[in-house]
Design a protein around this ligand. Structure first.
Ligand code: PMP
Length: 414
């Protein structure tokens, strides 16, 4: 995709794009909102809000059960979203499970894939930079199977120690959980190369794409993993939406995670025949309107072009990093060469909660805390960090306002 018009002008009018997001026109504490918490959840363009509302106003019915017109429309809209997501991620729609988010997806793999297979002596390998969603489900499975959890460590800049990771892929390792992009450090991991190495050793790979899907073109087929999870609400879709892609042969061999309606073909008291994949893993009424919204979000991202989004965010990241580096006593955690627009930082002599609270009074929304990554924060040797996470709808002017606010609140705390 072209990122300029051939004469050096951007192919996308980012000011017009920004105008698509009603919430960004808000004021907070009397100041224009500067939303730098997109790694937590992304803001929603008008097209997503309108699609969700239109579903409830005109098409609302349950899916796959009704023969009436609205039921058919709802089913078409829900399955249409699955098709859009499959095209967006370059996978087959019948391998794409629609679920509530990455947390659900990881638990599905943990309970339906790992639990029946792992035994004492087996190991699950994760990296130091994982989100709790890619740690705790494996710990729960390890407790119940007698398997152990192994950890691959990082270089000081927050990139993965790939040699160490490969060395940790010993014969007892049956499964590897790895983030595509770290939600704290922004590090972009070379997941295709990692999955290739794992596959050579017969290790099943689960990639946490929560922080990659909003920032870059993700071609799951090219990555070559066995499972890939992503969360819809970070991609501009509604909360409570996400995907799990899995290889068909693995999904077919896995027992259902949850039982109930929608996931069966026939129920008798002496035995139940389950539905085909992916419906086997979608028990109960799904978040239909949510997925209609996520389908609209995918249309929106595809129209902008994920390459254009990535280029735009790299410009914003470069500007923010340059300006933050000028602040005395400010330390950035995560300086890997391949990095998404997520900046964790701390300022000497200040507490990140105080910084975030005072920044909020200036209209700036950043996250402060441990970012659901306690083991990583323990390694960084800090209790908490502030995290400014940017998206394509942010501006250079907002970064300047954020930096000015940071300088101001820092003096207040000194
Ligand atoms: N993994 C990563 C890297 C994340 O950033 C998040 C969300 N903070 C998750 C998993 C969990 O996503 P969700 O809460 O939508 O299930």
């Amino acid at each position: 995709m072209k990122t300029d018009d051939g004469q050096g002008k951007p192919a996308v009018d980012w000011a017009r794009v920004r105008a698509d997001f009603p919430i960004l026109k808000r004021q907070v504490h009397g100041k224009p909102l500067v939303y730098f918490d997109s790694a937590n959840t992304g803001q929603k363009p008008e097209a997503v809000i309108a699609a969700t509302e239109d579903f409830y106003r005109r098409h609302n019915a349950n899916v796959s059960r009704a023969v009436h017109a609205l039921g058919n429309e709802a089913t078409e809209a829900y399955e249409g979203a699955r098709g859009k997501l499959a095209r967006h991620f370059n996978v087959r729609a019948d391998e794409l499970v629609l679920c509530s988010g990455t947390t659900f997806a990881m638990n599905l793999v943990a309970y339906s894939f790992a639990l029946p297979r792992l035994k004492p002596g087996d190991a699950i390998l994760v990296t130091r930079m994982e989100h709790h969603a890619n740690i705790v489900p494996w710990q729960l499975v390890a407790q119940r199977t007698g398997a152990t959890l192994k950890v691959a460590e990082l270089h000081p800049d927050g990139s993965l120690d790939l040699d160490g990771l490969h060395k940790a892929m010993t014969p007892e390792v049956k499964l590897l959980g790895v983030a595509h992009v770290s939600n704290v450090l922004g590090t972009v991991n070379p997941v295709a190369a990692i999955c290739r190495e794992a596959a050579r050793r017969g290790i099943v790979t689960v990639v946490d794409g929560s922080q990659a899907a909003p920032h870059m073109a993700v071609d799951i087929a090219a990555i070559g993993c066995d499972f890939y999870a992503a969360t819809g609400h970070k991609m501009g879709g509604p909360t409570g939406t996400g995907i799990l892609w899995g290889r068909r042969a693995l999904l077919d061999a896995m027992p259902p995670f949850l039982g109930g309606g929608e996931m069966i073909k026939e129920v008798r008291f002496d035995g139940t025949v389950f539905n085909d994949v992916p419906h086997k893993f979608e028990a109960g009424t799904p978040n239909i309107a949510g997925f209609v919204g996520l389908g609209a979000a995918v249309d929106y991202l595809d129209a902008l072009g994920m390459e254009n989004i990535a280029t735009r965010e790299q410009e914003l990241l470069a500007h923010a990093t340059e300006e933050l580096t000028k602040i005395d006593g400010l330390r950035i955690f995560g300086t890997a060469p391949e990095k998404a627009a997520v900046i964790s930082f701390a300022i000497e002599g200040t507490h990140s909660h105080d910084l975030a609270t005072l920044l909020d009074l200036e209209g700036v929304a950043v996250r402060s805390g441990q970012h659901c990554a306690h083991p990583l924060l323990q390694w960084l040797g800090v209790g908490t960090t502030c995290r400014a996470s940017l998206a394509y709808y942010n501006t250079h002017a907002e970064i300047d306002a954020f930096v000015a606010a940071l300088r101001k609140v820092r003096t207040l705390l000194a």
